[in-house]
Design a protein around this ligand. Sequence first.
Ligand code: SF4
Length: 364
Amino acid sequence: MNRRTFLQAVTLPCMAARADAAANDARYTVEAKFYEKQPFRKIRCKLCPRECVIDDRERGYCGVRENRGGTYYSLVHSRVCAAHIDPIEKKPFFHFAPGTLAFSIATAGCNVNCKMCQNWEISQVRPEQVDASYLPPGNVVALARQNRCPSIAYTYSEPTVFLEYVLDVAEAGRAAGLKSAVVSGGYIQEEPLKQLCRRVDAIKVDLKAFSDKFYKEVVNGELKPVLNALATIRKQGTWNEIVYLVVPGLNDTEQEFQGLAKWVKAELGPDVPLHFSRFHPEYLLKNLPPTPLETLERAKAICDAEGLHYVYLGNIPGHPAESTYCPKCRRAVVERMGFEVRARHLKRGRCEFCQQTIPGVWEV
Ligand code: SF4
């Protein structure tokens, strides 16, 4: 289902939904879960590390949360501006329900501004600037089941800024036997992240670089809180994979790859899947070329040599590094071609050839 057919098919026809959007603003509005009241009807948002302090009638940096008389509200609960049925490999998750489909949703908004954003038309706008449909949690679950998706993915923009909706959908999904998988930049405070970990089954973090400079100049964020978030996810025991988009000339030095590999091994262990993904010119970085294959292969070689077990290359369909190899016998246990799973040699999470345990959430 593409976005057009989805928008035609959901409970309310899109045109009608738009016509009464203003009148029904209330149905998208729920009180925010993480904030503190301040003097003079100000609030301090405690959802992400930015900690915006917001005056009455103003919004935070992400543009989807508003102070109304000293109470803080999310404006995007059930306000879905993108929905697709995607292979879970597209997120990418390689050790979570391989070969299955994920019912994937997003609202407007993001708490950073990456110059290479692939979804800037929805992430960098306010909710009123993009078409949306009213999709309460029960409807998301019904659509996922109707379309034979065993999981719901929260993706495309930044699920942190629509956290209240994620928590509610994930709860409804769990009650109906559906898993939830989050695709996030990991720029989130510890307490909301812990709640998220308890409610969902997998979190993929886009680690944008391994340098403060890149985070400051290209992302408008910070590295440290994202590393803290990765450590928290590990402690909570929620399945986690990491993606690192390699941008030529900006985050592709051997020193960074080395630092990343050492940090991941020491703090998260050698079994967390790490995906190096090829950059394509987008948004504000259209002047840069796609990532050379040699750079990606160098990144993988450095991480392999450091002892990480599952290092993948993405956006290069047909490359052998799309498949999962057993770290003991080196045979391919999940063979992939692009987003397609071609063969699977796993039995109850173990390599069929040598019985080595391969970490992941293999059955859903
Ligand atoms: S979630 Fe939004 S409002 Fe809250 S601190 Fe982050 S950017 Fe600011």
